[in-house]
Design a protein around this ligand. Structure first.
Ligand SMILES: [Fe+2]
Length: 349
């Protein structure tokens, strides 16, 4: 008779919790059955359902530690070669690049991953692989702004938008990666000039999440916000009464970055340096680029599939076609430190 496998273990990792707890070490230490231990920044129902499907299909149990990405990196640092992590997943190529630079990831070869994922959305040497894409776009107040006024990222630095721009704080990785892409393309001076222009036009001191910027448009606190595409997709399909004002107010444009297209980022993962279940880890990464998983990411979480032939969610298609920047996203990690300096020098809090 087939041995019963442990149920999917979801083990939230509280910010101030000690490094391990009994449940965690018991579960993650088990080596007898086929398991894969996942450290992830993602906290979505879609992912939980996919882990469950993976276990049903392969018999491999998935143990999950969830934490924010900087906590995951600190944890890996503290654990060193005793880390039980087999896979590290974050929602930003910049953080995956940092994980690589700090030696937390190991390169793997997989024909499945290489054929499914465009080259610029994965590490050139196989340390990490993007399995969903998101665009960093503008949401604007349709009653006050014409979309033609927002063709490029530079447009929000014009006097027209003085006191009208809503952004989240500089410690946010999505903004850091947007600025890192600017640095990679055009150097630190231009990137800093753009940041200073945004700071000069802010509607209020940066605070909150991407979704908070969208809600602020609904409250008339600003006319244009920078946000990731999936947050807008979720808002526009939400029945939550608290979101209706923003839902009715918002239009979307894909800004151009100096002729390079719209800045995109990935959610992705790689195999941990000291993985004890490397084969299972690669199998899970390959499952993430299966048609089934790509459709689930697209429909369930409003992310753009990385694999050709899988359609985006209808609401995202409704934003219109766009040209994604094809910058090699390993550049985001390489220029993260520059981006942080540039944001700070520009006075972006
Ligand atoms: Fe996010």
């Amino acid at each position: 008779m087939r041995k019963l496998l442990p149920l999917l273990a979801l083990l939230p990792f509280a910010a101030c919790a000690p490094k391990t707890d009994n449940a965690t070490s018991d579960t993650l230490g088990a080596d007898s059955a086929r398991v894969v231990n996942v450290y992830t920044h993602r906290h979505y129902e879609t992912d939980k359902a996919l882990f469950k499907r993976f276990t049903e299909q392969t018999g491999i149990a998935v143990n999950v530690i969830m934490a924010d990405d900087d906590e995951l990196l600190s944890r890996l640092e503290a654990e060193g070669q005793n880390s039980p992590a087999d896979i590290i997943i974050t929602a930003d190529a910049g953080r995956l690049g940092l994980a690589r630079q700090r030696g937390y990831l190991k390169p793997v070869k997989s024909a499945v991953l290489e054929s499914a994922i465009p080259a610029h959305l994965r590490d050139p040497e196989g340390h990490w692989f993007g399995f969903t894409m998101r665009a960093r776009v503008f949401a604007y107040d349709k009653s006050k702004v014409k979309p033609e006024e927002l063709r490029s990222y530079a447009d929000i630095t014009k006097p027209r938008f003085k006191g009208k721009v809503l952004v989240r704080p500089a410690d946010n990785v999505y903004n850091q990666s947007l600025v890192a892409a600017m640095v990679a393309h055009d150097g630190t001076e231009k990137a800093q000039a753009w940041c200073a222009g945004v700071v000069a036009n802010m509607a209020r001191a940066p605070k909150g999440s991407d979704t908070d910027q969208l809600l602020a448009i609904g409250e008339g606190q600003g006319e244009v916000a920078i946000a990731n595409s999936y947050y807008i997709g979720k808002l526009l399909t939400s029945d939550d009464p608290a979101r209706q004002k923003a839902k009715n107010a918002i239009g979307v444009v894909f800004p151009d970055l100096n002729g390079h297209g719209t800045h995109v980022n990935i959610s992705g993962g790689g195999v941990a340096k000291y993985a004890k279940h490397e084969a299972e880890a690669v199998q899970l990464l390959e499952f993430f680029v299966s048609d089934e998983a790509q459709q689930a990411f697209a429909e369930g979480n409003m992310e753009f599939p990385v694999k050709a032939g899988i359609p985006a969610a209808a609401v995202l298609q409704g934003f219109g076609a766009f040209t994604p920047d094809t910058l090699d996203l390993s550049q985001l990690g390489l220029h993260n430190a520059d981006a942080v300096k540039v944001l700070e020098a520009a006075g972006w809090k």
